[in-house]
Design a protein around this ligand. Structure first.
Ligand code: DON
Length: 578
């Protein structure tokens, strides 16, 4: 008896801990063996996302029988771990979905909401001046996150695997075991260290304890607190984030940092299914995001404007084509500033703004050889009805397509890491017009339509888009980049349709951006020839350089039926398929 007991004791005190230790050693092997792939041709399925480890997670889910939405959920959660600057639990986003046979097209709005205690002048001082960075840094800048509810809702409606835990587990493994960080993540984490310390109240895996230390390429990032948060989400679904321990940690963080998000805000958050915006371009159907994104409306306006001009005759990046784009953009962004906001709170004239007759009429003052001045261009008068971001593009083996853009807004959002929960909060409140006419961090201005109100969603530019031709899937596309999102998606679509590029060429091609105000045209380095720049300047355009614009993920169905996946070559993005 005694001997048995002592055997049991040995088992309990020695063997059990040893086996746990050995098991944990085995599972603690960090993910180090990966590299990004910029282009792929595949027979069945493609995943293109901002980080190779997240791309692999998505592909594995499809290989296990999951569909595009299963993969999108798993990729999004993995990005929250391996791409902390934009992948997120504490942000929000949009899904545009199309089933393989086209019988189902839908969008999910999981954009953050203003907290219940938010109010119009919350970022102004007593003299009604904007308080610098209050809508951008720290607890007060954060909207109520939508990502987890969004992931759970899309899973409930469209999952084929019907196994939530399977979708969350890869993210947990990445957070727990750790992974080797890329050069760009190391650099950004170093640059933001002081911001994290200023805007957070507790230590975190993202903040090196010793200020003399620096993150280096290949360092292993383990995020045990984030792993625990993900485990709660794995075990309790949406409630694992919006209730219980995670909600407690968020609200405690808000209390320590004078933020506004309450238990009630979290409990009440609900992602919303919305009817997609569908328009035509040269015989293709463009399926895209309605408000609270401005992206879909502006994209349809831009395409609707340029389709009356012989773009392919003009040529890619010819002065004529560039000039046409800039003038179309000047008008679309003027409309955005005046008319666009959360349509649940403001009567956005969606049909009026996208009506072909309105678009054509609005472009009547276009001068083929002369730049107009943004100060002379006002918002149009459409018929009023009475009524640091990341993108992933996925096509699965049944041709279902998911185009998802999500964001914390700025890189690492408001830099506040929820103490004990290991994830960053967004600074999406800055996407509101904090004061009429005062530009946000993307230089965008707005007014009444996008003024702050409790529970309202800030206006977005995110433009996840799916293009079809003759009822068949043609293209899946989207990108981060603030207000440049719309013009990047616009250019990639025209690169393919008008300039006959492959997905890879269209995605990697240099880009430019203009948005009415400020009255400048931002151009990626070496995008235009000296002669083209000279001609554009001669027409009166203000040209400025910008390091890079957007991180686009594109999937194209080729004429032979194969899929071409492309990941942007401007950062760590990776496309894989099989
Ligand atoms: O919703 C929007 O339009 C912005 N919050 C997106 C921010 C973004 O793309 C930042 N990425 N570079």
């Amino acid at each position: 008896m005694n001997r048995n007991l002592s055997r049991l004791r040995t088992l309990f005190y020695f063997l059990l801990p040893l086996s746990i230790f050995l098991a944990s050693c085995k599972s603690a092997k960090p993910f180090t063996d990966y590299k990004s792939q910029k282009s792929v041709i595949a027979d069945k399925a493609v995943v293109s996302a901002a980080h190779p480890l997240a791309t692999k997670v998505g592909l594995n889910i499809i290989k296990q029988g999951g569909n595009a939405v299963d993969a999108a959920v798993a990729v999004q959660l993995a990005l929250a771990v391996v791409y902390p600057r934009a992948g997120n639990l504490g942000g929000g986003g949009f899904l545009v979905y199309r089933s393989g046979d086209g019988s189902e097209v839908n969008t999910l709005d999981f954009r953050e909401k203003a907290p219940g205690a938010a109010s119009r002048d919350m970022y102004l001082d007593n003299n009604k001046n904007v308080i610098e960075s209050k809508s951008q840094k720290g607890h007060y800048a954060s909207g109520v996150p939508g990502t987890v509810d969004g992931c759970y809702k899309m899973f409930q409606k469209y999952s084929k695997l019907k196994d939530w835990k399977k979708l969350v587990q890869p993210a947990i493994d990445l957070a727990k075991n750790g992974f080797a960080i890329t050069e760009s993540e190391a650099n950004r984490l170093n640059v933001n260290r002081l911001e994290f310390i200023k805007s957070s109240t507790m230590p975190s895996a993202l903040i090196l304890k010793d200020s003399a230390m620096k993150w280096k390429t290949g360092d292993i990032l383990r995020q045990p607190e984030l792993a625990k948060t993900l485990e709660r989400i794995r075990d309790n679904g949406r409630e694992g984030f919006y209730a219980g321990k995670t909600a407690d940690l968020i609200v405690a963080e808000m209390k320590r940092g004078n933020g506004l998000i309450t238990k009630g805000d979290l409990a009440n958050y609900a992602a919303t299914w919305r009817k997609p915006l569908i328009g035509k371009y040269r015989g293709y159907d463009i399926i895209t995001m309605p408000p609270p994104s401005s992206g879909g409306i502006a994209l349809l306006q831009l395409l609707g404007t340029v389709e009356d001009y012989p773009l392919s005759n003009y040529g890619f990046h010819s002065p004529e084509a560039i000039h046409l784009f800039i003038e179309a953009e000047r008008r679309a962004y003027a409309d955005r500033a005046e008319h666009l906001g959360d349509a649940d709170f403001y009567p956005v004239p969606v049909n009026g703004l996208t009506a072909k007759s309105y678009i054509v009429n609005r472009f009547k003052d276009f001068m083929p050889n002369r730049a107009s001045k943004s100060d002379d261009i006002k918002a149009g008068e459409p018929h009023k009805e009475s009524e640091q971001t990341t993108h992933l593009s996925i096509v699965d083996a049944d041709g279902n397509a998911a185009s998802v853009t999500t964001t914390l807004n700025d890189n690492y959002g408001c830099r506040t890491i929820v103490g004990g929960a290991g994830f960053l909060l967004n600074n999406e409140m800055d996407d509101f017009s904090v004061k009429p006419g005062v530009p946000n961090m993307y230089g965008a201005i707005g007014g009444e339509a996008n003024a702050i109100l409790a529970n309202k969603r800030p206006l977005s530019s995110m433009t996840p888009t799916i293009v079809t031709k003759d009822g068949k899937l043609f293209m899946v596309v989207g990108t981060p980049g603030g207000t440049t999102i719309i013009t990047s998606v616009f250019q990639v679509i025209t690169n393919v349709i008008d300039f006959n590029m492959s997905a890879t060429e269209a995605t990697h091609a240099k880009r430019f951006h203009s948005q009415w105000k400020p009255d400048v045209v931002m151009v990626e380095k070496d995008a235009f020839s000296d002669l083209t720049v000279k001609k554009l300047k001669g027409m009166g355009h203000n040209i400025t350089a910008r390091p890079y614009i957007g991180l686009v993920e594109t999937i194209l169905v080729r004429p032979d039926g194969k899929l071409e996946g492309a990941a942007d070559n401007r950062s760590d993005d990776s496309a894989e398929g099989f």
